[in-house]
Design a binder for this molecule. Structure first.
Ligand code: ZN
Length: 305
């Protein structure tokens, strides 16, 4: 059996949303209309990869009183907080004056950098905000017949009037896995990464494939290494634009890794000492991914075991 870590389950940044998504209420047009008219409703704003933080408190997203959407077919409701509705605003779709006014009230920060600043609950809310807006941005037309679609259910579906299809927000699962052989871990480098930067392997789940099968296939395809007994560790929303990273640990009998499918520029085994040194800030041999990523959490967990 592989020597799997018994360390505590990590709690990845960008997960941990605690608010009520109002899944039932949002389908009631009367309830939604009342929220749109309610002066207590607030707006959270984002672009495709950045969120607007509260200028006075960088651990929180800005709750602005404007611009609350005017009509149900433009409303993307996120959640209800202390009785007040929170709507999502896509900065890219606001007119330039409204966008500038909103941006002046907060601080626009790339989500990868904002993640570690935000509280856990706010980080989860930020990932949800960006993921939902990213889905609306690229699903304006029906995948079945090509006609324009309209927002429905308070922003949690889009409806096609021509063919009657409903479309729902999608999440693309990807596996990310720490493969260990004794005291060594398998790391790869993608083309274009900074010198010395390495990370654990990852890849999208294929149609008709379980998560565990995806782990074994990706490691074989990318590194020519057989791994076994993948075990789930933790998952992380990764809305760039719409992924869910599902983190695993797996064992291996070792072997000489080699790049096979062209996705990696290089792939090697590194020792626990090398990984621990890099995590401690000694980056002469190895630079690891930043704190926002589940990759780093998998490595921290393994290195401390
Ligand atoms: Zn259609």
């Amino acid at each position: 059996m592989p020597s799997l870590s018994s360390a505590a389950t990590p709690e990845p940044v960008l997960s941990g949303m605690v608010l009520d998504r109002a899944s039932a209420e949002r389908k009631d047009p009367g309830w939604l209309a009342a929220r749109l008219a309610d002066p207590a409703s607030r707006v959270l704003a984002a672009s495709d990869d950045a969120v607007l933080l509260d200028r006075d408190d960088a651990t929180r997203l800005l709750r602005a009183d404007q611009p609350v959407p005017a009509r149900p077919d433009s409303a993307v409701l996120l959640a209800v907080e202390d009785g007040a509705a929170l709507f999502a605003a896509d900065l890219a779709s606001l007119d330039p004056k409204a966008r500038a006014a909103l941006e002046r009230r907060g601080r626009l920060v790339e989500l990868r950098r904002a993640g570690p600043l935000l509280t856990r609950a706010e980080g989860g809310l930020a990932a949800y905000l960006v993921a939902l807006l990213n889905w609306h941005r690229v699903h304006r037309f029906c995948a079945n017949c090509g006609a324009a679609t309209a927002i429905a259910e308070g922003g949690h579906s889009r409806h096609c009037d021509r063919c009657g299809r409903n479309h729902f927000p999608r999440t693309d699962p990807a596996v990310i896995m720490l493969v260990a052989h004794g005291d060594r871990v398998l790391l790869g480098r993608r083309p274009g990464w900074a010198d010395g930067r390495w990370s654990v392997l990852a890849g999208f789940v294929s149609p008709g494939e379980s998560l565990e099968e995806a782990v074994i296939r990706e490691v074989r395809e990318e590194a020519g290494i057989a791994c076994f007994a993948p075990r789930f560790v933790a998952s992380q929303p990764w809305p760039f634009p719409s992924s869910l990273m599902v983190g695993f640990e797996a064992g291996s009998h070792g072997g000489e890794p080699r790049t096979l499918d062209g996705e990696l520029e290089d792939v090697r085994w590194f020792t626990r000492e090398q990984v621990a040194a890099a995590l401690a800030g000694e980056e002469r041999v190895l630079k690891l991914p930043p704190g926002v990523s589940i990759a780093r959490m998998l490595l921290e967990r393994w290195a401390s075991d």
